[in-house]
Design a protein around this ligand. Structure first.
Ligand SMILES: [Zn+2]
Ligand SMILES: [Zn+2]
Length: 428
């Protein structure tokens, strides 16, 4: 800490107050320390991603895990996870980050550049503000590898999509679209896949993504809520307790309980196995009760879970076992945690009206810790190798940006072309 009498970095605020020191140099010191620690955080996350150390009972995604463990916002945690995933692609940028020369937001912004430009953009990243980096790290400012261009589509390509069934009775889709229209489909599917990933389906496939896009489209027409999808016909045999769907499939008990927690029931009266009357469809949890429970819980109640929308209402004592639809017996769970509970991988017991009254346990019966706590510092944090220098802060003319950001191969092509032009001129 240059110019400071204190050796304890936590005293910097006091030191500034007591001694007439250069505030900006203190800021540079603190910024450097922060950068080094953020870089360290990204390396820890990088390792946790490789070893899957972030996975746990209440955890949907690495970002959610990091936000929980560190007390950071989900947005900042996502940024650090993105950096951690791309560290190997940006060795130069990350080296500067590790030395304390780049702030975490600068690194996140500069990583929007293509990976081949790592060495080309690192100096600019040191001098530019986050705003300037966000504005300039766009594809049009980069001249890519000429060999990486996608092949030109042939002129007689028509857009077509065909669906049908296979001999095995499975639904089939195939077809092709122009690159621009296909881009729309791909963007939607990529977004859906990312959103499934964020919601905990880390192994989501393109098939899952396509179904997700279609389900959202249907939701937008009929109802914004996912729970209406649980409106399926279930025949309950009062005598045997067995459950079948209309098509006669037997439902496993776990699926039956999951569906009946927050579904619609529609009584079907039968006489000697023949239905003769169908009653009115009713929610197991009445709408008014559901609103009270949703307002009370404001999202999934599992510790560490950040899901607020698309929650399902779960009966702590199951409805089929006489559990009431009073608010004390109802609790909001996200779809993933609801499924986990009915698969026996997450225990939920207690009085839901009492905010600390519900105990969640993992599959081994261990109680889930309600929150992560930071460890108090045991010594001064690691100092940066060099003093942080803030961005230049001047006006940025985007016209000059990108002049140097040409893929090495493209640059070599240009030089060759210039050389051959010169030799042709020399021959004349
Ligand atoms: Zn349930
Ligand atoms: Zn949850």
């Amino acid at each position: 800490m240059s110019g400071l009498p204190s050796t304890n970095p936590t005293d910097i605020g006091d030191a500034v107050a007591r001694h007439p020191v250069d505030v900006e140099s203190v800021l540079a010191d603190v910024a450097g320390v922060l950068n080094v620690q953020h870089a360290r955080l990204s390396r820890i996350v990088e390792r946790a991603l490789v070893d899957d150390e972030w996975q746990g009972e209440g955890i949907h995604s690495p970002a959610q895990w990091l936000a929980w463990q560190s007390g950071l916002s989900l947005g900042r945690a996502r940024e650090i996870v993105r950096i951690a995933r791309r560290r190997v692609e940006f060795p130069m940028v990350c080296a500067a980050f590790d030395r304390g020369e780049l702030a975490v937001d600068q690194v996140a912004a500069v990583m929007r550049a293509p990976a081949w430009a790592d060495e080309l953009v690192v100096d600019f990243a040191r001098a530019a503000t986050v705003q300037q980096l966000r504005r300039t790290m766009r594809s049009e400012f980069f001249e890519p590898d000429p060999d990486a261009q996608p092949p030109e589509p042939s002129a007689d390509d028509r857009d077509r999509i065909a669906t049908g069934t296979t001999e095995a009775g499975r639904w089939r889709i195939n077809g092709e679209l122009s690159v621009d229209r296909g881009g729309i489909v791909e963007a939607a599917m990529t977004e859906a896949k990312d959103s499934l990933f964020e919601r905990g389906q880390v192994d989501a496939t393109w098939a899952d993504a396509l179904v997700e896009v279609c389900q959202r489209s249907l939701d937008a027409i009929t109802s914004p809520s996912r729970r209406d999808r649980f409106k399926i016909w279930v025949h309950l045999d009062a005598a045997s307790g067995g459950t079948t769907t209309t098509t006669g499939w037997k439902l496993p008990a776990t699926v039956r309980e999951h569906v009946l927690c927050d579904g619609h029931v529609q009584p079907v009266w039968e006489r000697e196995g023949v239905p003769f009357n169908v009653g009115r469809s009713q929610r197991i949890v009445p709408d008014r009760t559901r609103r009270v429970v949703e307002r009370r819980d404001r999202g999934c109640r599992v510790p560490g879970c950040s899901h607020e929308r698309f929650v399902e209402v779960h009966h702590i004592v199951h409805w089929l076992e006489g559990g009431s639809t009073d608010t004390s017996n109802l609790i909001c769970l996200c779809p993933k945690h609801h499924r986990m509970h009915h698969q026996g991988r997450l225990g939920v017991v207690g009085n839901a009206d009492d905010l600390g009254g519900v105990v969640f346990t993992d599959w081994q019966g261990r109680v889930l810790d309600p929150c992560g706590r930071p460890n108090p510092p045991t010594g001064p944090p690691a100092k940066p190798a060099v003093t942080y220098r803030h961005p230049v802060g001047g006006r940025l003319d985007t016209r000059w940006v990108g002049l140097g950001w040409v893929h090495p191969k493209a640059l070599e092509r240009r030089r060759q072309a210039a050389r051959s032009r010169r030799s042709v001129a020399d021959d004349r």
